[in-house]
Ligand binder design. Structure first.
Ligand code: NI
Length: 140
């Protein structure tokens, strides 16, 4: 999307302590200025709040799990095959003797992806799961 409008300047009142913490954090995150950090926050806010209204979305799900828990590996594969959303690609890493990390790239309806993510994340043996959803629409 080409945006031909000129950027608008806005003034925002912020508590100095809050601004100080924000400045420290954006420095850590390598932002060169506040404007870019604030634009990113606004984009994230808009995408996260609108994602369910979009048709097809894309996402990634990262799962950390104990592969020795009985049946967990099979269950994770079965859930992925049966899900309405499409798992486009997956990457598996053996972290140590017990733990595995799996990263899934997923395409589908936001609600279907969330359902699949919930089922996978709540499976026995899965220690941590985090879903990221995005859309190719309106990423300005
Ligand atoms: Ni493994």
């Amino acid at each position: 999307m080409v945006n031909l409008k000129e950027a608008e300047r806005i003034g925002v009142s912020i508590d100095p302590d809050l601004l100080e913490r924000f400045d420290e954090k954006i420095k850590e995150k390598m932002y060169t200025n506040r404007s870019e950090a604030i634009r990113d926050l606004i984009r994230n806010f808009l995408i996260e709040n609108d994602i369910e209204k979009k048709g097809e979305v894309i996402g990634s799900l990262t799962l950390i799990y104990k592969h020795e828990v009985e049946g967990v590996s099979k269950k994770l594969v079965r859930l992925q095959h049966r899900a309405k959303s499409e798992v486009i690609s997956s990457m598996h890493m053996h972290l140590d003797e017990d733990l595995c990390m799996e990263v899934l790239a997923i395409k589908g309806e936001a609600n279907d992806i969330k359902k699949m993510s919930d089922k996978l994340t709540s499976s026995r043996g899965v220690k941590h799961g985090k879903l990221f959803l995005s859309s190719t629409d309106n990423v300005f």
